[in-house]
Design a protein around this ligand. Structure first.
Ligand SMILES: [Zn+2]
Length: 385
């Protein structure tokens, strides 16, 4: 017996090995499956739901995925490298580690689900290189962004900066919904539009600018308001929604549709020198968290809620919180960091200060409580005092 074979035989006495069917079952129960093969191997496919973390980086990066007490399963090509890697992780303190017998070959033979990551060409690698070198993004995160679909409601002061950075980051599908045309008074804050675009539909002007920035992505221009008739279908088609609406009726409608569909709503609002930003997502995996109506159960009378045309706004203010919305969206899509769920950030441009308010869930909330209003039930908003 060779030295390597003898060593593997000894390891088998101390490291837990499991069949692929058992690994698939445990994965379904929430246990982590790591494919430790090299990128040129996983490019052809890997188990669905597995995290790709090459053997060469395993010890250095495992802490970002699992703590020593967690159950972790390792899979390689045939079950040998994963056994050696499991021994190393065991020494690091990962005592609930196991190796999948037969590796990816056995997984495929058992006809268990696999995914083939989208191939990234050299142009894309260069375009996204500065964010892909981040451990928390990498090729897998970039592929996730490419497969993501974000609805941006409003191509105005918030939607412009938010979609600019989402497009630059490589979010694969952006849908912009807005029925307005570009006016001269928009240009001090709606930075996707230029003087040459005056009179054009905002979504067309925005689409041209975003496609010029990043032709790799798909930008859908919906020259329409979000209404009761289209909101549910729009929300269903997207992973998350950026609220850049300029009116309260749309905000309440978006909140209702997002609560019903279990989708995150990335919210911001501006007035004069002040802004607010938060993430409303009652159904988040670490929830429950509040919805928009836990904070604002009913809209105020119109005279108490002036829009930018009435109250005025310093152009940079929506720029700052629109980018905060892009930041929250990217974190949610990449599943990194701590989202703004349950927190309201309030920005004061004059003082250059941020205040953070804790937002509790309201158990009697008309949006997400015991008896939520129907998606189109704006009437109940209007009639409440
Ligand atoms: Zn609520």
């Amino acid at each position: 017996m060779s030295l390597a074979a003898e060593y593997l035989r000894k390891l088998r006495l101390s490291i837990n090995e499991i069949e692929v069917s058992k690994a698939h079952q445990l994965q379904g129960a929430g246990d982590l499956l790591i494919d430790i093969r090299e990128p040129d191997e996983t490019a052809a496919g890997l188990p669905a739901g597995a995290v790709a973390l090459p053997r060469s980086a395993l010890e250095l990066k495992i802490e970002q995925l699992a703590q020593p007490g967690d159950q972790v399963m390792l899979l390689c090509g045939s079950g040998q490298r994963s056994l050696l890697a499991a021994a190393n992780l065991h020494e690091l303190g990962y005592t609930r580690i196991c190796s999948v017998i037969g590796g990816y070959a056995a997984w495929k033979n058992a006809q268990l689900p696999v995914v083939v990551p989208p191939r990234m060409d050299s142009v894309q690698r260069q375009r996204y290189s500065r964010q892909m070198i981040l451990d928390q993004v990498g090729e897998a995160g970039q592929a996730r962004l490419e497969q993501s679909r974000v609805l941006v409601v409003g191509a105005g002061g918030l939607g412009c900066p938010a979609s600019l950075y989402l497009a630059a980051a490589g979010v694969g599908t952006l849908t912009l919904a807005d029925a307005d045309r570009v006016e001269l008074s928009n240009l001090h804050r709606q930075v996707l539009h230029g003087t040459a675009s005056l009179g054009e539909p905002k979504v067309q002007s925005a689409r041209a600018r975003l496609r010029a920035l990043n032709p790799e992505i798909s930008v859908r221009a919906l020259e329409s308001r979000v209404t009761e008739a289209n909101v549910e279908a729009l929300v269903a088609e997207h992973d998350l929604i950026i609220d850049g609406a300029d009116n309260l009726a749309t905000r309440y409608l978006l909140n209702a549709a997002c609560v019903a569909a279990g989708k995150p709503l990335v919210y911001a609002a501006v007035e004069r020198f002040d802004a607010q930003v938060s993430v409303f997502w009652p159904a988040a995996p670490d929830g429950p968290w509040p919805c928009y109506r836990c904070l604002f159960p009913y809209p105020p009378p119109p005279e108490a809620a002036p829009n930018c045309a009435e109250a005025g706004v310093l152009g940079v203010v929506p720029g700052i919180v629109g980018m905060m919305q892009a930041n929250e969206a990217l974190k949610l899509l990449l599943q990194i960091g701590k989202p703004l769920t349950g927190r309201l950030l309030c920005f004061d441009a004059r003082q250059a200060s941020w205040r953070e308010l804790r937002l509790p869930v309201d158990p009697h909330c008309p949006g997400c409580g015991d008896q939520p209003a129907a998606v189109g039930d704006i009437v109940s908003c209007r009639t409440a005092d």
